[in-house]
Structures are given as structure tokens and as C-alpha cells.
Design a protein around this ligand. Structure first.
Ligand SMILES: Nc1ncnc2c1ncn2[C@@H]1O[C@H](COP(=O)(O)OP(=O)(O)OP(=O)(O)O)[C@@H](O)[C@H]1O
Length: 713
């Protein structure tokens, strides 16, 4: 039995109903009738634990008012089904899904097919609530109330504004219902229902009157305890997006693309940083510093010994004083086959006339000799540079035989039909151009139609046999080169050769030409230091060439870190010096990757904000739906905490779903990319974290914040 009493009901000092008691028995139909506006709905709401005016509420010896809020919700879950005047259904679930949800949540075992037939629900099963008439909705709500399988059923005007056909189904249904030992309370104006009443209350003149009572002493239906399972609700929450509008679906698609793009761009920004730092590593922190001829500033350093002026001791000191400069070491670079560098004061013959053909050979362990390169041209394109004694070049060396000697570039050995290992214990025999003089009067370049004389190094070709110390990974040995066939000679070896052949005195050479009408009588004579008295009359042209003992024209300058390169370069330029432009190129790459990074960072940021904005708008749009689901669950008897847990779990699942979709999409892009060889990239685990992070904001944090906002409204 349910014993219930309420105090005077007033709204804004407007008196509605005087205080009264009610006793409601199981297995009976308790009817509440009265005029419209007399307070029937208000009373029913009190019976569903709204408790604004309730004085006492005892059900089966349980004092409901002494229960905590959560216990009251549990009570509703276990014992009470309420069908309001306007039935509450979830817009995105079909009637069949509603039925399935109730059966699952309340593990109903009652004979629901019978009620389903009585209420004519079969043909409505595939419909959504919005497709139903009011009568149909009421019938569905009644069936759901039965499926909740509780011992108290409260119905507010079940037949109000229904046609006869709908109403009759409900009458038949009510006849069945009352035979099951349930407490059934119905508010109605409908005479057809009123006459079925076992107990009838009427509200008249603002008083509740017990008009009629015919108690049967029937026992209450045995209550079966229902297990509350919040996991089961999840499935039905997933149906909520069945009905998403087209634009919501488009926004979802766009946000997935945005998240993938955002992730990729963050990753590429990472690659750009890697490229940047690896190119910074590649540039090492050294550069070749030289002073170009005054008239030919643009002449770049090509290792040909042409166009660079030796540096004075004070200039070298000044370089050493530049902040961040660690060391300044002279170097020597030359091109084999640059026969101009062989012009010496003593002879003006070409290389081939003087020394025969330029040769490079290798001599193996058994003293077998082989021409080193395949063609004469390749030998003429061979470059020699020096490397420093005692310095670690491990980054550039592929195979080190750990002995004094020359390192060969990778290009140079790759044309050879020998494995790299086979170069061990092999010697190379070449003619090294040993520098002895520099002079400025035999070479020139034309700039703006003016001939600008260039400083030229003059060399003596010296045949040497040197062990091969190792093979390089590429062609560079610390400083970068644009040439392929490189031989790197230890600087002390070169220094010994230079000391052996060096000149200590300057020499002036006069080149005297006699051009006549008969070419066979033409001649060239050379005069050293002084010209004969009558020379100017005898010769048609005389050139004076001033040979100075050789001094280094290039230096390897080492800077403490690549990031200070530009600073040092600036100071060198201010001193009128140049540095090999390979650095400038790398610097440009580095700058380029930095701007690429900046661009990617900005676009990522904008894409990120766009996603958040789009999703926020979308979720705001869904706000009412989100709130309705919460109140629906609470009306079913879930406590606030349970609803929060259900919702959190639901958002967690959506987050995981989004993260998995985006990760799969991203992985697919990577796979296609790798397959097509567009970019040398791989799928980084950190991308998953980025995706999870964005997915959590989008599918967890934003919805929770919006719902929270709704609760405060
Ligand atoms: N929350 C409220 N605030 C102010 N007045 C209210 C509130 N709820 C109900 N009322 C008023 O109380 C009176 C009783 O309303 P109630 O809905 O309970 O009547 P009813 O008998 O169910 O009417 P009907 O048969 O038309 O549904 C009405 O005058 C209504 O305007």
C-alpha cells in the first residue's frame, strides 16, 4: 500500500488544493479526476517524488522522504513508471529500439507481446517518435511503462485528446493491467476510464474528495530487483547520431580531415626541424675563407688556385679574433690538369710537352700498377684538397684503414671495379701540383668588358706515391665540395712537399714577343729580373710578370657552432674576405625550412582552432538533445552521478572512435605516400598522441563543458 499526504498546494500565493491524505492499494485502478487546472498533474508529480508539497510518503513501510536523493532515484528505477500527458521519447531511437532498450535496461520478463498487440504497436516499430501521432506516442509510452515492469504505474490523462480508436486500445490495455497486483494511478476526465475505477478521488472546490472505494485486499505484485547497468545504456546513446543532419555529417567529415591535416602538418613541421638540424649538422661548422682579387670580387672559390690573393699575417690574426672562431688553418686545393698553374718562370711549355701525359695509377700489394681513372678527362677533373692532421673526420669517412695517406671520395672509387675493402694496402700514384709561386699577370677574367687580372698560383708537378688511408661516405671531408673526383691529402704531407720545392725569392720575368709578317720569324723570349737595354725596340710586346713565393690563399675557419656561422661570415665580409658559398646554400636551406616550419605551425594552429570552433558550434546545436537525454535517464531512475558516468563513458567512446578513424586515415595517407615514394616519412607514434589529444578536446572536453554550461542555465 502507498500512503501519501500533502500540504496545501499554492503557486505564487495562488491557492490550488487543500492538504489531504491518500491511500492507494495494489491491484486496483485508482482514478484521480477533476476539472482542468484543478491540480491533477501537480498531485501526480508529487507521487513521482517531485516533493514540493509532499508531507509524508510511505510505501510498503518504507519512508520515502527519509531516503537520500540517490536512493529516491533508485526507488523510481525499481518501482515506478510514469507516463506524462505528453509522452517523453528519444527522438533518435525507433520504437523498436525503445522497446529493446527497456527490455535490456529493466530485464523485463513480462508478457509484453500481449500488451504490444493490445496497444497496436507492431506496425509502429520501425517509426521514429516524430513520425507518430499523439495517440500513437501515448500507446508507445504505455507499452514502455509496462516494460519497465514496476509495481507503481502513474498515468497522466492517457486518453486526453485521443480519437476513439486510440482510446479503445488504451481501455483494453488498462483492463489487462489492473489484474497484476500493481498500484495504478491515473488522472483523467475520461468517463470510460472513470467507470473502471476501484478507488476514485475527485478534486472539487479546491479539495480532494474520496468519492468511491472498493478495496480488494489484493497482494502487491512481487517485486523483482533490477540490476542497474550503466554499460547497457551506451549502446542506445550511440543511436543518437542516427538522425544527424547532412550538414552535421559534413562538419564531422571536415573535422576528421582537419585533424588528419593538423597531425600531418605537426609531423612535417617536425621533419622540417629534423631537416633543419641535420643540414645544420651537415654544414659542420667550418668554411673555406679566402680573399678574392680586388677587381674580381665575384670570383668564387673553386679550388683551381685562381683568383685568390694570399692573406697577410695581420688578416689571419684578425680572423682569429672574431668571436666564435675556434681555429684558422691554411689549406691547399688544386685541380689536376689546370695547366695554367704549371706556367713557371723557367718554362712556358704545356704540361704534356714538359711532363708527358698526366697520369694517375694505383699500385696494389703485389706492386701491380693500374691506371686509376678510366679516361684522361677524368684525370683532368681530379681535385686535390688537404685535410688536417689529428682531426677527427669520422662523420665523413666510410671506411678507414687507419694509416697515413690519402682519402678518396666515394664518386672516385665508385667508378672502379673494386670493392671499397680492396683499397686497403693499395697506393695511389699521382702528380701533385706543388705550389711555388703566385703571380697576377697571366690570367684574367672579363667583367663588364674589362679584363681583370687574376692572381694565379704556379705549381711544379711532383710525382708521389701515397697509401690510401680510407674511403669517404660522400665527396666531402668536412668542408663541402661540388666536385666528385676528390683526393684528400694530409696537410703535413703537402707541407713537406711545399717545403721541398718552395721558392723564397721573388722573380720578375719579362715576356717579350716579336710578331712579324712572317709567322716563322715570330719569337718569344724571357728575361729574368732586368730587361736588356734595347729590348723595347727589338720586341713588339713586352709583359712583366712578377712571381712571389707562394703563400696560402685559403683557410679553413672553424666556428664553435653552426648557429654562429652567419655572424662570423658577416664579420669576414666586413674585412673584405669571402667564404665558400656552400655554407650560404645550407644556410638558405635552413632558413627555408624554418619558414616552412613557421607556415606549417600557423596553418596547424588555424586548422586546430577551426576544428574547435566547428565542433563547439555543432555541439551547441546538439545541446538540447544532450540535455534531454540526461533528463530522460533521470526520469528512468538513474541518479545524477550515474548519468554523469554514462555520459563520460559515452564521450570516451566517441573520443576513441574519432581517434581510431583519424589514425587509420593518417596511416593510410602514410602508406600511400610511402608506396608512391613522395616523402621519406614514417608513421611516428607521437602522431597518435596528437590525434588522441585533439580527439579528447573535440569529443570529450567540449561536450562536457557545454553540458555543464547547460546545467548552470
Ligand atoms: N510550476 C507551477 N507554477 C505555477 N503554477 C503552476 C505550476 N504548476 C501548475 N500550476 C498551476 O496549478 C494549477 C494546476 O495545474 P495542473 O497542471 O496540476 O492541473 P490539471 O488538473 O492537471 O489540469 P489539466 O487537466 O488541464 O492537465 C494550474 O492553474 C496551473 O496553472
Amino acid at each position: 500500500m502507498l500512503k501519501f499526504s500533502f500540504q496545501d498546494i499554492k503557486f505564487n500565493n495562488h491557492f490550488i488544493l487543500a492538504s489531504h491524505n491518500m491511500e492507494i492499494y495494489p491491484g486496483e485502478l485508482t482514478i484521480l479526476c477533476g476539472e482542468s487546472g484543478s491540480g491533477k498533474t501537480t498531485l501526480l508529480q508529487e507521487l513521482t517524488l517531485h516533493q514540493v508539497f509532499t508531507k509524508s510518503y510511505i510505501y510498503q513501510d518504507i519512508d520515502i522522504l527519509s531516503l537520500s536523493d540517490d536512493e529516491k532515484r533508485d526507488f523510481i528505477f525499481q518501482h515506478m513508471a510514469y507516463v506524462a500527458q505528453e509522452p517523453d521519447l528519444l527522438e533518435d531511437l525507433t520504437i523498436e529500439e525503445h522497446i529493446e532498450m527497456y527490455q535490456t535496461l529493466f530485464s523485463s520478463k513480462n508478457n509484453f507481446e500481449k500488451y504490444q498487440t493490445l496497444l497496436g504497436i507492431e506496425q509502429l516499430k520501425r517509426q521514429y517518435p516524430a513520425q507518430l501521432s499523439v495517440g500513437e506516442k501515448k500507446r508507445v509510452a504505455l507499452l514502455l511503462a509496462v516494460l519497465k515492469d514496476t509495481d507503481i504505474i502513474i498515468l497522466d490523462e492517457p486518453t486526453a485528446s485521443l480519437d476513439l480508436e486510440n482510446a479503445e486500445m488504451i481501455y483494453r490495455f488498462l483492463n489487462e493491467l489492473k489484474d497484476f497486483g500493481k498500484i495504478i494511478i491515473i488522472s483523467t476526465h475520461d468517463e470510460n476510464i472513470i467507470k473502471k475505477a476501484d478507488t476514485r478521488y475527485k478534486i472539487e472546490h479546491k479539495k480532494l474528495i474520496l468519492e468511491y472505494a472498493n478495496h480488494h485486499e489484493e497482494k502487491l505484485q512481487e517485486h523483482q530487483h533490477k540490476q542497474k547497468n550503466i554499460h547497457l545504456v551506451q549502446k542506445y546513446l550511440n543511436y543518437i547520431h542516427h538522425h544527424d543532419t547532412k550538414y552535421a555529417k559534413i562538419i564531422k567529415g571536415v573535422s576528421i580531415i582537419c585533424i588528419v591535416f593538423l597531425t600531418l602538418s605537426t609531423q612535417f613541421s617536425g621533419y622540417a626541424t629534423e631537416i633543419n638540424s641535420s643540414s645544420m649538422k651537415d654544414i659542420s661548422s667550418t668554411m673555406i675563407v679566402y680573399k678574392p682579387d680586388d677587381g674580381a670580387q665575384s670570383h668564387s672559390y673553386d679550388g683551381s688556385g685562381l683568383g685568390q690573393v694570399p692573406l697577410s699575417d695581420s688578416q689571419i690574426n684578425d680572423i682569429k679574433q672574431i668571436p666564435h672562431v675556434d681555429s684558422v688553418e691554411w689549406r691547399y686545393d688544386c685541380v689536376l690538369g689546370n695547366i695554367f698553374s704549371l706556367y713557371l718562370p723557367y718554362h712556358y711549355k704545356s704540361l704534356e710537352e714538359e711532363h708527358g701525359e698526366l697520369k694517375a695509377s694505383i699500385i696494389d700489394k703485389d706492386q701491380n700498377k693500374k691506371d686509376f681513372l678510366r679516361s684522361k678527362q677524368e684525370i683532368y677533373e681530379m681535385h686535390i684538397s688537404t685535410y688536417l692532421d689529428g682531426k677527427d673526420y669520422a662523420n665523413d669517412i666510410d671506411l678507414d684503414f687507419h694509416q697515413d695517406g690519402v682519402y678518396l671520395s666515394n664518386d672516385m672509387v665508385s667508378t672502379f671495379k673494386m670493392s671499397k675493402e680492396e683499397f686497403k694496402d693499395v697506393k695511389i700514384q699521382i702528380q701533385v701540383y706543388v705550389p711555388v709561386y703566385y703571380q697576377k699577370d697571366t690570367s684574367s677574367i672579363e667583367i663588364d668588358q674589362r679584363e681583370i687580372p687574376l692572381t694565379q698560383v704556379s705549381c711544379i708537378p711532383v710525382e708521389v706515391e701515397l697509401p690510401i688511408a680510407g674511403i669517404l661516405k660522400g665527396n666531402d671531408m668536412e668542408t663541402s665540395t661540388m666536385y666528385g673526383n676528390m683526393i684528400y691529402i694530409k696537410r703535413s704531407t703537402m707541407e713537406n712537399l711545399i717545403n721541398e720545392y718552395k721558392e723564397t725569392n721573388s722573380k720578375i720575368v719579362y715576356e717579350a714577343f716579336l710578331n712579324t709578317d712572317d709567322p716563322s720569324k715570330d719569337k718569344i723570349d724571357l728575361f729574368y729580373d732586368t730587361l736588356p737595354e734595347n729590348a723595347e725596340k727589338e720586341y713588339s710586346e713586352i709583359y712583366k710578370i712578377n712571381y712571389q713565393p707562394w703563400k696560402p690563399t685559403a683557410y679553413t675557419v672553424e666556428v664553435d657552432s653552426p648557429i654562429h656561422m652567419s655572424e662570423v661570415l658577416k664579420q669576414l665580409n666586413e674585412m673584405g674576405l669571402s667564404a665558400s658559398n656552400s655554407y650560404a646554400n645550407y644556410y638558405a636551406i635552413s632558413e627555408g625550412t624554418k619558414s616552412l616550419q613557421r607556415m606549417l605551425q600557423w596553418t596547424s594552429l588555424i586548422a586546430g582552432l577551426m576544428i574547435i570552433l566547428m565542433i563547439t558550434l555543432m555541439k551547441l546545436n546538439e545541446r538540447n538533445q544532450m540535455i534531454h537525454v540526461n533528463s530522460y535517464l533521470k526520469n528512468l531512475g538513474y541518479t545524477d552521478k550515474e548519468v554523469i558516468r554514462i555520459k563520460r563513458r559515452y564521450y570516451q567512446k566517441s573520443t576513441i572512435k574519432l581517434a581510431v578513424t583519424c589514425s587509420t586515415f593518417t596511416a593510410a595517407i602514410f602508406f600511400v605516400n610511402r608506396f608512391m615514394n613522395y616523402l621519406p616519412t614514417s608513421f611516428h607514434i607521437q602522431m597518435i598522441f596528437i590525434i588522441i589529444f585533439i580527439a579528447s578536446i573535440v569529443e570529450f572536453i567540449i561536450p562536457i563543458l557545454i553540458e555543464r554550461g547547460a546545467h548552470h542555465d
